[in-house]
Design a protein around this ligand. Sequence first.
Ligand code: FUB
Length: 370
Amino acid sequence: MNRHSYYKKAVFLMAFASVFAAGCQSNNTETQVQEEETQASATGNKRYLSEPLVTDNFTADPSAHVFEGKIYIYPSHDIDAGIPEKDDGSHFDMRDYHVYSMDSVGGPVQDHGVALDIKDIPWAGRQLWAPDAAHKNGKYYLYFPVKDKEDVFRIGVATSNSPAGPFKPEAKPIANSYSIDPAVYTDTDGKSYMYFGGIWGGQLQRWSSGTYNQNDEYPADDQPSLMPKVARMSADMLSFDGEVKDVQLLDENGKPLLTGDNDRRFFEAAWVHKHNGKYYFSYSTGDTHNIAYATGDSPMGPFTYQGVILNPVEGWTNHHSIVEFKGKWYLFYHDTQRSGKTHLRNIKVTELQHNPDGTIQTITAQTEEA
Ligand code: FUB
């Protein structure tokens, strides 16, 4: 399968980023990276669609929601932990979450401080990856993937009375949860669903048999690809109500997308939004890392592939969220503008347009001038 070409692509992009971030290579501290970011931007001849929303922390994987009349953002908090770059993503060694809020897009961004720390999660081992949040029954829920003490990614939940936290984690991970990138969508009828899964560092390829297998197993290129997962949430939002199912991503002929279809098949970063009665399932693709979307008539799927929302961004990961606020739709995403390093990202926002026929206009986050 494409694991090795995927790794080569990451190496290529890292090399590109290193040239782009000339002068940043020999040091790893955030302060030094900050001092050199202006120079890095200037040497790259790049034009960015949006500027970083946060500049005193590195942030990624922004899950945005409207709570209490504001936009709240739940990102990963990237750090340089000094872990060497590794094929399994060990260098993405994040240890806490900060929550951010904005009264308006373009206005000031407030940092609400540490909302959850890995040392307060009794079952956690390492690597707090992309979180999401939800609101129900007057409570706020933070969903987070982290490796347990056996180094297997599981998904946990923590609760708070405030969207800003701090959040108190449950004693155990959500039963039957695995892999990464939880995204919780609450439908207009009040039912909630968790979408999750991520390939390669996210370990989804180790769960094909239904139980964890130390070895990576990928379907052949001409076989249906690994699909993201979905589960209904229980009324108290703390567990799955029923079994975990595949989210079927189909092509224009109603056939499952194939492993070899790298431009369209699932990789990671699931998100669901609803527009004009249609459900939009969006995600990062194959080894190409477009943010693509597929649409369907039920939150459980199936979803039919439609196109690209966001072309690949600088830095090889691509992870987004989509939210409506005061009558406009926004795409939150990240890139590596500030650091030029794949694991030190910065979150951004731009407007997203649905066309009258329900398709979404493709966004390009950066252009390079000759
Ligand atoms: O931030 C760590 C991982 O990188 C996320 O879980 C993935 O979606 C990718 O953005």
